[in-house]
Design a protein around this ligand. Structure first.
Ligand SMILES: [Zn+2]
Length: 268
């Protein structure tokens, strides 16, 4: 079984003590590729260095809607982001923008500023020809409208998808994949189970979002890319297909999105 963790935060300090063991253990379990997400400027260079060192690691960077700081910091972060992609325009290791998007769930939300930063980063992604990894909470209508306004064609993933089936269909029409992980493994997540059963296999990619969103079998613990096989097994069971089928399709979908060779992935 070959799996791709399309979204985690392996660079985060919670993994400082055992990052290399986790990486080795994940590969042993079949998690042959991981995309680490850098959500603010200080994370970007260290993560890129980490990705450069390990064949299994890739990275995405972007300004997360929950980490939008004051105007000065923001404009320097946007400049840095542009520089980073300019320097690495043909470098596959820097494989996407993310996570970016809109979060209307947080308190004292500044929708206008979030929209501005999201628009800026969609322009950068268009310039860099990269897909985007979306973080969306209570804002699907605005995100879908913004993607349509940009006629954004480099596709991406709606990470930790929590919207409706209708919204999922809208994203799929725009070429996006639906990112699923630990949240769907909880027995009480009935709405998510219903959506999972309806989603076409061609639209699903898997993720852990480690250290967050642990599966039910690891509730309360630090999440880890090592747990992706059990997440895959549990989601496949809910969808009524085999673990191998879900592993195969979700990995193939990730390869399709990031222009990776599936043969190379399964020989790694
Ligand atoms: Zn995340």
């Amino acid at each position: 079984m070959y799996l791709v963790d399309t979204h985690n935060h392996l660079g985060c300090a919670l993994f400082d003590i055992d990052r290399s063991q986790i990486l080795a253990q994940s590969i042993k379990q079949g998690v042959v590729r991981q995309i680490m997400i850098g959500v603010f400027a200080a994370e970007w260079y260290p993560l890129l260095q980490l990705a450069d060192k390990h064949a299994a690691l890739y990275m995405a960077c972007g300004i997360h809607p929950m980490y939008i700081s004051d105007a000065n910091q923001l404009s320097s972060a946007l400049n840095l982001l542009k520089q980073l992609f300019q320097q690495r325009l043909d470098d596959q290791k820097l494989c996407a923008f993310g996570e970016i998007g809109l979060d209307y769930y947080i308190a004292n939300v500044d929708k206008e500023l979030q929209l501005k930063v999201f628009n800026n980063q969609l322009e950068l992604a268009t310039f860099a020809h990269r897909p985007v990894l979306l973080h969306v909470r209570r804002a699907h209508a605005d995100v879908i409208a913004t993607l349509k306004d940009h006629q954004f064609k480099y596709r991406g993933i709606v990470h930790a998808f929590s919207g409706s089936y209708e919204e999922a269909k809208e994203y799929i029409k725009l070429g996006f994949k639906i990112g699923l992980g630990g949240a769907g493994t909880y027995p009480q997540a009935r709405r998510m189970h219903k959506i999972l059963k309806q989603l076409p296999l061609e639209a699903i990619v898997l993720e852990t979002d480690a250290p967050d969103l642990s599966p039910v079998s690891r509730q309360g613990q630090r999440n880890s890319p090592e747990y992706l096989p059990e997440i895959c097994q549990q989601l496949a069971q809910i969808k009524g297909i085999s673990t191998e089928q879900l592993a195969y399709h979700s990995s193939k979908n990730a390869c399709d999105l990031f222009n990776w060779s599936f043969n190379e992935l399964t020989n790694s």
